[in-house]
Write a protein that binds this ligand. Structure first.
Ligand SMILES: Cc1ncc(COP(=O)(O)O)c(C=O)c1O
Length: 351
C-alpha cells in the first residue's frame, strides 16, 4: 500500500487555510477531499499519521483527527486496521456515470478514456506497414526482441537525441505497459522500494506493486513540477531500486523536467544505485518544440509507446537500455519477451 508522507501531502495541500470563519478542520478535510477527487491522492493511499501531519502543518492533533473523521464521515477515507487512514471514494460515487464503452450521452464529455480519433498520418503509416509485411511472412513470426530493421531505426532516433544506442540495446514490446511490467519484474525483488511521482500513471504503479515494490512518492504539481527537496531527501533515505518517472509531458500534470533537474536526478540515481525507468509515452506531444529533449543520459531503461500519444489503434513500444549496463547505474537486461512464459525470464543486473 502506498503511503503519503506528511511532507508530500503538505506540498500538495498548498495554501489551504480558510480566510473566513470556516473551521480549520473543515478546510483541511475539504482540501484533502479535492486531492482525492482529482486523483492527486491515489485511491488506497495511506494518509500520513495524524501526529506527523499536525507537526508538519503546525496544527493541533485534534484538528487533524477531526479532519480525518470528517473525511471518513463523507466517505473519502476509511480506517483500516493496522494501516491507519486510507483514501477512498464514497460508495455509489460512480453510480450514473457511463462505464467504459458506453456512450457519454449528449452534452457530456467522456473523460473515462484519454484518447482521440487517429490523426490522418496513422492510416498512411498503417498502409505502408502493410506493404512491408509480405517480406517477413516467410519468418516464424515469433521474435523475442523484435525486427532488427525496426530496432535499428529506433536506435538511430535515440542516437540522434544524444544517447548513442545500438539496435542490440532495443527490445520491442507489446506496448508501454508491457515494457513497464517486464522491467519491474526484472529489476525489482519483493520488498524493494520503487519511487514514483504523485500523481502518476496508475497502471504503472500497479505493475510495480505486483512485482513486490514498496512505493515511495515525490510530488509533482502543475505549478511547480517536481519537488526537488523531496527528491533529495527521499533518494538517500530509501535508496529505491527503481524510479519510474515521466520527465517529458508528465501524465497527468503535463510538466516537463528542466535540464538541470534531470542532471541532478541522474546523479542521485547513480549515487544510490537506482534504475531509472523513464516513460516516454507522452514525450512527443509538444506542439512548439522542434526537437525532443535529450534522452536521459547514462543507461536508463526507458519505455516508449506511440499508441497513447497518436492513436490507440497503433501499438508499438520499445525499450532502449534493454541490453546494457553503465558504471554507477544499475541497468537491466530483460532477456524475456512476450513470447517467454512469465517465470522463465532470465534477468541480469549489474552495478
Ligand atoms: C504515461 C503512460 N504510460 C504508459 C501507457 C500505456 O501505454 P500502452 O497502451 O502502450 O501500453 C499510457 C497509456 O495511456 C500512458 O499514458
Amino acid at each position: 500500500m502506498a503511503t503519503l508522507s506528511a511532507r508530500s501531502l503538505a506540498s500538495q495541500l498548498g495554501d489551504w487555510r480558510p480566510r473566513g470563519t470556516e473551521p480549520l478542520y473543515e478546510a483541511l478535510a475539504d482540501r484533502i477531499r479535492l486531492l482525492v477527487l482529482d486523483g492527486r491522492i491515489t485511491l488506497g493511499t495511506r494518509l500520513p499519521a495524524e501526529r506527523l501531519l499536525a507537526e508538519h502543518e503546525a496544527l493541533s492533533r485534534t484538528t487533524v483527527a477531526s479532519a480525518y473523521a470528517r473525511l471518513r464521515e463523507l466517505g473519502y477515507a476509511q480506517s483500516v486496521r493496522g494501516s491507519g487512514t486510507v483514501a477512498r471514494l464514497p460508495r455509489g460515487f460512480a453510480d450514473g456515470v457511463p462505464s467504459i464503452g458506453e456512450s457519454a450521452g449528449p452534452g457530456m464529455l467522456d473523460l473515462s478514456k484519454a484518447t482521440l480519433p487517429a490523426i490522418p498520418i496513422v492510416a498512411e503509416a498503417a498502409r505502408e506497414a502493410a506493404e512491408l509485411l509480405p517480406a517477413h511472412l516467410h519468418e516464424s513470426g515469433f521474435d523475442p526482441v523484435g525486427l532488427r530493421v525496426l530496432r535499428q531505426a529506433l536506435a538511430d532516433r535515440y542516437t540522434a537525441r544524444g544517447l548513442p544506442t545500438e539496435a542490440d540495446d532495443i527490445m520491442i514490446s507489446l506496448g508501454a505497459q508491457h515494457a513497464i511490467a517486464l522491467i519491474a519484474r526484472t529489476v525489482l525483488a519483493r520488498g524493494d522500494r520503487a519511487l514514483v511521482e504523485a500523481p502518476s500513471y496508475p497502471h504503472a504503479v500497479e505493475a510495480l506493486q505486483l512485482a513486490g515494490a514498496r512505493i515511495v512518492t515525490v510530488p509533482v504539481t502543475t505549478d511547480e513540477g517536481w519537488d526537488d527537496e523531496v527528491l533529495e531527501q527521499v533518494m538517500p533515505r530509501t535508496a529505491p531500486a527503481l524510479a519510474y518517472l515521466m520527465p517529458d509531458f508528465h501524465n497527468p500534470t503535463g510538466r516537463t523536467m528542466p535540464p538541470e533537474q534531470r542532471a541532478r536526478l541522474h546523479a542521485l540515481a547513480a549515487a544510490h544505485g537506482t534504475v531509472l525507468l523513464i516513460d516516454e509515452t507522452m514525450s512527443e506531444l509538444g506542439f512548439d518544440r522542434d526537437e525532443q529533449s535529450p534522452a536521459t543520459s547514462g543507461r536508463p531503461c526507458s519505455s516508449s509507446s506511440c499508441c497513447c500519444a497518436f492513436s490507440t489503434a497503433t501499438t508499438g513500444c520499445w525499450m532502449p537500455g534493454a541490453n546494457s549496463c553503465a558504471p554507477g547505474t544499475r541497468s537491466c537486461s530483460p532477456s524475456c519477451s512476450s513470447a517467454s512464459p512469465p517465470g522463465r525470464c532470465r534477468t541480469s543486473t549489474a552495478v
